[in-house]
Design a protein around this ligand. Structure first.
Ligand code: NAD
Length: 471
């Protein structure tokens, strides 16, 4: 029986391994983590992450061929294939601070693998890592191994939070990078055999290690760039009377461009896009490519600009001040169908409004009050000036109320900001909401999900990203 172990039971490690266990009943899969609360949650009815379809998959396999454990060393030592899916955040200090990937967790995992292994293993990079990381990992493993061999594979994960299970069950592609030696090819074949249980052969792409590592950074950079491109156009639409929905539709009809990922919004978030582009910028700079680095940097600059533009629109529309005005924030997660708030645009927008002394009433169906207050209390890392970590923002946390119902959140509010595209926000009773709000009542739709005409008919003053103000 092949044994798989995955180090890191997070948003990637948990769902990815659950699907492998589901599709490969003869393989024993152990997901290990140093975080006791996280593993306890994986072993309970309250999984640590919200992801549609995940509960069912975990319940079907847990205790049969899927195990969650904090006994990292035992499971690693017994495994034939060790996936490493630990976090790779942006470095916050030292060389490359504010841009380079922090590989501390990866290095400590690699050293531990070398330390506890008594048999040869395949080590799989599941985390997103800088191109050439496998070379460093190989050095750590071979210099610390006790006569056994390791094969390193790069198998980056392309799932999107909110649709992780669908993506994993039916991936566009599975990418496996490895050495072009005999042993490297055997290792690629072994991992290919795992995925071949459910992924069609033509969707499994095998490349060299560096192509696989770089493809993941490239894919995230392209996706984020598309969002920044459409958001750049949304600003021009507002200035000229064009409508971004119509422009996106017309542009997306070009078969060379395609319709996906062309929605204008308050900006992208999530733990990956920004950090992976920063990482790409750093790699370009290290390789003497400042023009290329600067090109990718603009994708993040534009994203920051879009959030600032949104806050400025709210304040200027509301007679240039939001001081002591109650503003309802609908949605705090970085996208719908997840409880993840990492790098959520809502954090920056809320901080901007609090900076102008607004009172916030926040509702998100999946994000807890503790999480929201923690996010709003954290200082934002300034990647342009990494030497100067900003002090915790002097926001008045007591001006933030977190409520568990959209109608309660909107009572007596002057304005409503939609920051996450949760389906339930499309179908709210906006007439009822209007009646309970202060007048004039404003709606600022950062996700373009409301019917602008209908809301204007009710009486709202509506701003929707990239749409004419008077349409
Ligand atoms: P996460 O923070 O949710 O999970 C990482 C886990 O690793 C944590 O639970 C942490 O406790 C654990 N960990 C760290 N060091 C460890 C060690 N030495 N031993 C055991 N456990 C350890 O992160 P995530 O969102 O799952 O992302 C993991 C990687 O996958 C990152 O590189 C990320 O860029 C990449 N990725 C993420 C997504 C996504 O949508 N979240 C998608 C594709 C790729």
């Amino acid at each position: 029986m092949v044994k798989i172990c995955c180090i890191g039971a997070g948003y990637v490690g948990g769902p990815t391994m659950a699907v492998i266990a589901l599709k490969c009943p003869e393989i024993e899969v152990a997901v290990v983590d140093i975080s006791v609360p996280r593993i306890n949650a994986w072993n309970s009815d309250q999984l640590p992450i919200f992801e549609p379809g995940l509960d069912e998959v975990v319940k079907q396999c847990r205790g049969k061929n899927l195990f969650f454990s904090t006994d990292v060393e035992k499971h690693v030592s017994e495994a034939d294939i060790v996936f490493v899916s630990v976090n790779t955040p942006t470095k916050t200090c030292g060389l490359g601070a504010g841009k380079a990937a922090d590989l501390t967790y990866w290095e400590s995992a690699a050293r531990m693998i070398a330390d506890v292994s008594k048999s040869s293993k395949i080590v799989v990079e599941k985390s997103t890592v800088p191109v050439k990381t496998a070379e460093a990992i190989e050095k750590i493993l071979t210099h610390n191994s006790k006569g056994i061999s390791f094969q390193i594979l790069s198998n980056p994960e392309f799932l999107a939070e909110g649709t992780a299970i669908i993506n994993l069950l039916n991936p566009d592609r599975v990418l496996i990078g490895g050495r072009e030696t005999l042993k490297g090819k055997e290792a690629i074949q072994m991992l290919e055999d795992v995925y071949a249980h459910w992924v069609p052969k033509d969707r499994i792409i095998c490349t060299n290690l560096w192509s696989a590592e770089l493809s993941k950074l490239a894919a995230n950079a392209f996706l984020a760039q598309r969002i920044s491109s459409v958001n750049a156009m949304s600003a021009l639409c507002e200035a000229t009377g064009a409508d971004i929905t119509q422009v996106s539709y017309a542009v997306g009809k070009d078969a060379r461009i395609g319709p996906k990922f062309l929605n204008a919004s308050v900006g992208f978030g999530g733990s990956c896009f920004q950090k992976d582009i920063l990482n790409l910028v750093y790699i370009c700079e290290c390789n003497g490519l400042p023009v290329v680095a600067n090109y990718w940097k603009q994708v993040i600059k534009l994203n920051d600009y879009q959030k600032t533009r949104f806050v400025n629109q709210v304040v200027s529309s509301m007679f240039n001040t939001v001081a002591d005005k109650k503003i309802t924030v609908l949605g705090f997660a970085f996208k719908k169908d997840t409880g993840d708030t990492r790098e959520s645009p809502a954090i920056d927008v809320c901080k901007g409004l609090l900076g102008d002394k607004a009172q916030l009433s926040i509702y998100d169906p999946q994000v807890s009050e503790d999480q929201i207050k923690r996010d709003l209390s954290m200082s934002k890392f300034d990647w342009d000036h990494p030497a100067h970590l900003q002090p915790p923002s002097p926001i008045a946390i007591e001006k933030v109320r977190v409520v568990r119902d959209a109608y309660e959140a909107t009572k007596d509010a002057h304005a409503l900001c939609i920051l996450t595209e949760w389906e339930e926000f499309r179908t709210l009773d906006y007439k009822r909401i209007y009646e309970n709000m202060q007048k004039p009542a404003f709606v600022f739709d950062g996700r373009n999900i409301v019917n602008v005409k209908r809301l204007r008919k009710i009486g709202f003053i509506v701003y929707s990203i990239g749409k004419p103000l008077d349409a």
